[in-house]
Design a protein. Sequence first.
Length: 236
Amino acid sequence: METRVDEIADGIYRFSTFVPEPQLAFNQFLIQADEPLLFHTGMHGLFPLVSEAVARVMPLDQLRWISFGHFEADECGALNDLLAAAPKAEAMHTFTGVMVSLNDYAARPPRGLVDDEVIDLGGRRVRHLATPHVPHAWDAGLLYEETTNTLFCGDLFTAQGECEPLVEDDLLGPAMAAEDLFGGTSLTPMTAPTIRRLADLEPTTLALMHGPSYRGDGGAQLRALADAYAERVAAA
């Protein structure tokens, strides 16, 4: 395996490792700023690959913030490896995630984030959006980088297979195919409204955890995803 490095927006880098089984790309994203932020860490076993890839863009020990969508191995399995390599770094996540997992797991005290909280990274501003149970996990939350209009989508739009780093293609078909296979989304009456709230940001770049990043009308892509899930909830 190897980890590919691509700049998907101004100062935002995607680190992607394709894992043949289960045929998924595992992606991390670096926001370059005065206080650099890494979104997703990858699994503990991927740390050698991911850390080497990040070091191609900036010194690893200069990381200031580490965040992720929800507490799961591919999202934060290498958190403590990164905290050891970057002595100034802090983990930050939803208050729920800090309370139920990170206070026990993280090697250093984490920062809890409230819904709609904005963090000034110095040259970049990220807004935290609490999304409980979307796509899954009580502690779920996403980040929106305001200056580049980039939404870090976590497991939304999960798609199988190797992929280009940045596409303008429709994301819905591959996402629904993966949903049929994995059943990874918590389908509740709040699933579609939560996704529509993200769509109202009208992002122009969508940074996916499993799949290509997307450039274009991100709001339309998210509304289509919300509609598809609303149909499934109604059918259930």
